[in-house]
Design a protein around this ligand. Sequence first.
Ligand code: F42
Length: 148
Amino acid sequence: MPLEGEYEPSPQKWVRDQVERYEATGGREANTLRDTGRPIVVFTTRGATTGKLRKNPLMRVEHDGAYAMVASQGGAPTHPSWYHNLRKYPDQVTVQDGPEPWDGVARELSGPERDEWWERAVAAYPDYADYQTRTDRQIPVFVVERTK
Ligand code: F42
């Protein structure tokens, strides 16, 4: 079941445009980060404060059907808003990698499990390593697994 509620598009134009085109084409278009050729996935979370649905493209980091969500925000000093959404509603997330979104549960990683997924993330998108050097916060990594 897709998440129910009002969708509030991102205030960032490039983000909401990418989501709109990705959804309209079932992921055939707007499926990379700009012209990097690196694939993205669209995640929906529920707003921790508003309860509205939020959609964010993030880099595609996949392993055995599970997906990472890397809260890098380009190495900004603070976590993205969706980090707080996931902390409050970890079981209200959908993953769209292609035409059909599916429901998942997010878990923030720590220790060796985070290290393992961080390696996968950097392999998928090497700039993550650079983003980590720009900020004092440790960049959070979640894994999203399909709801059974
Ligand atoms: N961001 C990443 O962090 N990592 C990536 O790998 C990544 C890849 C990527 C690829 C393509 C692309 O188009 C964008 C990409 N981004 C990536 C950017 C990403 O999609 C987000 O734009 C970015 O992480 C910032 O997320 P944000 O949620 O902080 O966005 C801000 C601009 C935003 O939407 N703010 C809203 C606003 O109105 O100001 C609030 C959004 C929100 O979720 N609000 C919550 C609510 O209740 O509705 C409240 C949250 C709270 O703090 O309580």
